[in-house]
Design a protein around this ligand. Sequence first.
Ligand SMILES: Cc1cc2nc3c(=O)[nH]c(=O)nc-3n(C[C@H](O)[C@H](O)[C@H](O)COP(=O)(O)OP(=O)(O)OC[C@H]3O[C@@H](n4cnc5c(N)ncnc54)[C@H](O)[C@@H]3O)c2cc1C
Length: 351
Amino acid sequence: MHDYLVVGLGLAGISFCEVLEKEGKTFTVVSDSSQQASQVAGGLYNPVILKRFTLAWKAKVQMELAQPFYADLEQKLGQKLDYKVPVLRRFASIEEQNAWFEASDKPGLDHFLSTTTVQNKNSSIDAPFGFGEVKHTGRIDTATLVESYQGYLNKKGLLTEESFDFSCFEHQEGHISYKSIQAKRIVFSCGYGLKNNPFFNYLPLNGTKGELLTIKSPDYNEENVIKSSVFSIPLGDDLYRIGATYKWKDKTNEPTEASKKELLDKLKTFLKCDFEVVDHVAGIRPTVVDRRPLVGQHPKHKNLYVLNGFGSRGVLIAPYTSAQLFNFIERKDSIDPEIDIKRFTKKYYNP
Ligand SMILES: Cc1cc2nc3c(=O)[nH]c(=O)nc-3n(C[C@H](O)[C@H](O)[C@H](O)COP(=O)(O)OP(=O)(O)OC[C@H]3O[C@@H](n4cnc5c(N)ncnc54)[C@H](O)[C@@H]3O)c2cc1C
């Protein structure tokens, strides 16, 4: 009998397994590869919303939890995951420069926003108004994280790689079973796959498709993340990730020519050197109508839980929400009402 069965091994599943292991709980994981968000993500962690120059939701506390979380994972997996790199926000006008400086004075934001303009020194970039620098930002190599974590669990015999088959699932008070697996509780951390979950598909998960390109450009020579109408993220070896798109209708993981064109058109508004496209990927962000995560206990079946709705900020949100769920289950702490799925029970749950 395990303490937990975790279904889904993206950022949500990994972060919950990490809490479980630290707290000495036993668990096993079932996951397939039907969803790709964590594998394809740009992996940026950045506490500032760069459209409006405001602090993202709970960004400070999330940053404080995320730093040691990824450092511990690097140690445990013996893999470099956290690449600390500043984000340079390209200004499109003097008005934007002024808005930035106004914001950089505000409490909370002053820690993250530069108070001077960074002049453009890269001849491959067109940026006549310069940049604002966001500090304490970086990139988690999420593809390597997922792959290494799968390897880590496989070595311990704790990962079953298959699609969760609800016809083989039974639950009673204090006990669930899935095929030969017995556990006290089950946590569904399936990303957009939650749509096919008969217990939690009442939750208003929208899903927003995103696509990213990888380009190779020996002439680009840029060490910072550049944020203009798209992000350009340096990966080393003259490779850069370019993204991302936001599409609300298509829910497949298939890259499209239309999004590729959109990304290239946007990239060419500031990148002036030659490059070639070497990769193109897509995934579905688990986005929610009110832009907050989905965390909590099933309204009726008390040993069924959900950890989802990380939207476009999974890297920072994962450690925070996992701790919230664990402390709720094991320590009887209440979940932050903004993320507790209870907020949707009245409106959407229809037993
Ligand atoms: C193009 C793109 C760019 C992004 N860039 C960033 C970024 O720069 N920074 C950032 O913080 N976030 C970014 N995100 C968002 C981030 O990727 C997500 O918030 C996060 O990965 C969601 O993690 P998850 O574990 O909830 O879901 P997922 O990563 O989708 O993982 C869910 C897992 O559950 C499995 N699963 C689903 N259903 C079942 C089932 N029935 N049985 C078994 N297994 C199942 C899936 O196959 C998958 O392995 C980006 C997303 C996209 C698509």
